[in-house]
Design a protein around this ligand. Sequence first.
Ligand code: NAD
Length: 492
Amino acid sequence: MSLQQFQMCIGGEWTNAISGNTFDSLNPATGEAWAQFPDASAEDVNRAVEAADTAFRSAEWRSLTPTARGKLLRKLGDLIAANTETLAQLESTDNGKLIRETRGQVSYLPEFFYYTAGLADKIEGETLPLDKQDMLAYTIREPLGVVAAIIPWNSPLYLTAIKVAPALAAGNTIVLKPSEHASATLIELVKLAEQAGIPKGVINVVTGYGPSTGAALTSHPKVRKIAFTGGAATARHVIRSSAENFAKLSLELGGKSPQIVFPDADLDSAVNGIVAGIFAASGQSCVAGSRLLVHKDVYEQVINALVERASRIKIGNPQADESEMGPMATAQQLAVVESFVERAQAEGARLRLGGKRPDVDQGWYYEPTIFECSSNADYLMQEEVFGPVAAVIPFETEEEALAMANDSQYGLAAGIWTRDIARAHRVARDVHSGIIWVNTYRVVSAMGSIGGFKSSGYGRESGIDSVLEYTERKTVWINLSSEPMADPFVMR
Ligand code: NAD
């Protein structure tokens, strides 16, 4: 079977790598190669950054008013809406995500563009209430320049939209580096941006591996901001790269998010929320609710209901509408899941469900897996699996639940299940996480910000402040006095 061929977009030109090198992308549902992408070298990356820098300085981009930039983003949103099915099918083929999930994500994508388009002409400066009457000072928010966006494989379009939209709204240009495991939809997005009339060079895409293409991009001297989503170990490399160029950084990293079930919760709803948190997207979600803290009075009831519901999950072809769990996105990720399960068993965690691959001929599938743990210090309670593996532990008091929830290197999201309104607010206040969901889980909106505490990263994406992450504040001082400058050796 011949492989589908993709090219990179640099300065508006569709191109292969200078070396001619390529790499294959594998379909996780079959394990077979389906597409081929250019393997960009440092030289290709340099071309892309130069193109983005030229576009940033160009009269064509600079002369667009913020309102005009907003209109371009709105048009891109419309084009995404018109191509939802194609994009959803492509992403499902590339990363093995359920078609119902990719359809859901892609059909909400235009909202991020519409919302952020509206922010483009609301990036305002301030006048300062100075303590010097002979001076006027005001601030201007300016774009930074070239943004490097590094994207993981699990939700490429969504994680790109929340970077591209604010970066362009604020007047920057961008070079996208998709994951080597899921590059296809970002290339299609750039084609739609072209159709929307976004000038050449404003959005570029280079494909390739992290340590080569990614590192060349993040350390490039003309990159002014790095918007990174991925794992903590990779983030450390990216931080080191940014020591070369002093680019601003935002880091959206992993999590080990707790779901806390109190005894007064609607337990049916909580069990559904737990299933959504850990088994949707086969657990390959940064906000996966992978640590379940359940009050001892309802512990058996919750765990039995969870085992019962999870055992009915339909594992299968991600492109089939009836499937509820697809494969792991890569063979490596499947091996990671298997090694976590082995270690949990060796350390004495009690397996209640799954713990193995299902009986299928092909594809990187893994069964929904539930372990009971005896200590929050267990490896499985502390480390991100990024797969369909839940670790459950009982608690007795709210204080104990809070202590366990916060005893983690991560702080991305948390779920709280209770009907007690005072407790809901108290626990929401005291859990150290960037996102708290009460009696629900995995809800996103263009108006809501995403980002973590501690090893889950820093900076926020999406929401009203997202555009400000792509600006630099400048302060302008005007001398209002008609008197000559005073003593030049004294700071005013
Ligand atoms: P990863 O860290 O392996 O890769 C992410 C991206 O970084 C890829 O494009 C990769 O090619 C690139 N990369 C790798 N090495 C690099 C280097 N030295 N320099 C520059 N770039 C490099 O992550 P992944 O396996 O693709 O995705 C899974 C991880 O992403 C999980 O930890 C998950 O929690 C996290 N994630 C976080 C969020 C969030 O919003 N917080 C969302 C999705 C995924």
